[in-house]
Design a protein around this ligand. Sequence first.
Ligand code: UT7
Length: 350
Amino acid sequence: MSNTNDGHTRSSARVGLQPVANVGVRICGSGSFVPDKVLSNADFERMMDTTDEWIFQRTGIRERRIADPAKGEDNKHFCTQALSRALRDARMDPKELDCIVIATVTPDMLCPSAACEVSAAIGAGHAAAFDVTAACSGFVYSITIAHDMIRAGSHRTVGVVGCDVMTSVMDYSDRRVSILFGDAAGAVVLRATDDTTRGMIAQCMHADGSGWRELYLPRSERNFPEGHDASPDKINRLQMNGREVFKFAVRTFSEVIQQCLDKAGLTADDVDHFVCHQSNARILESARERFGLPEEKLYVNIDKFGNSSAGSVGLCFDQLRQSGRITEGQLVMFVAFGGGLTWAASLWRV
Ligand code: UT7
């Protein structure tokens, strides 16, 4: 039994919620949004003690896109644009969505959720709407959750957005953190299909809360761990121990890819594309080397967009799909890690 957008049920023949074993899940549309404004390494050279050479060598980043709040470019705007584009790509009316899931750690407000705001903005009627907080892993967590809602039979059509406006939580006096991040949103529309070969083949979602202090966004003085600078100008500003996050990332990135391949009974050679969180070009390169992947199998756009947290995986997927590099029926693995600490991978036949 599935809900329609207005809260009524489609079928009265089946009573209670039953898993729908004969349902596949198709990614029937994608969209993304990045703002026009560019913040280059040369701009950082003017703002702080750093160089283009240092930033590029350590991260692979040349420039990133940043929101212009004066133009109304807030989280709601990013998500609304990305999801509207994904719906247009799927040739679907917003009212056909019966759930909206938004992965973000930079919502405009904590209540209502970003998903409720976006639902109203696009006119999605009474679709369910909620946010997922899993930092940079948020998009991968969310497509996994949305997929399983469809496979369970409770929903048929789910819009998923990963979005972060990292500039809204950035301390531009901190050169160790601010040079990494940019703003972006990526969205997909998932829909039930009779083609049971489509959808997720295997997934792994993990977290280690004991590592939270390596990457956190404090909302009050009380949130700072002992020994950290808890001055008022650090509140609502991203705090990161880059060196520790780097070590964690290099280890977990390869581990989670291998774990997901093992669950699927496949090897890296079988996978057409690895769509990965863009955290640092060196972290991506180490995974590429570990699995011997040719460059065309692991897309990198960090040079132009920086690290956009929950926005990056959806942005990469949309760029690959719209440029025709990802095509129907291919095997695609989504991979991410981030604050929490969290990490996840999911392998799909798209
Ligand atoms: O999305 C998930 C979250 N984040 C990540 O994935 C980030 C993971 N970490 C990283 O990408 C790297 O740790 C960074 C790029 C953030 C930093 O690179 P690093 O090689 O780990 O540098 P570091 O923090 O160990 O610093 C090395 C040196 C230090 O100088 P001293 O103490 O050795 O004299 C820093 O002060 O580089 C200095 N430094 C800089 N120099 C010029 C740090 N930031 C800068 C900078 N420009 N922007």
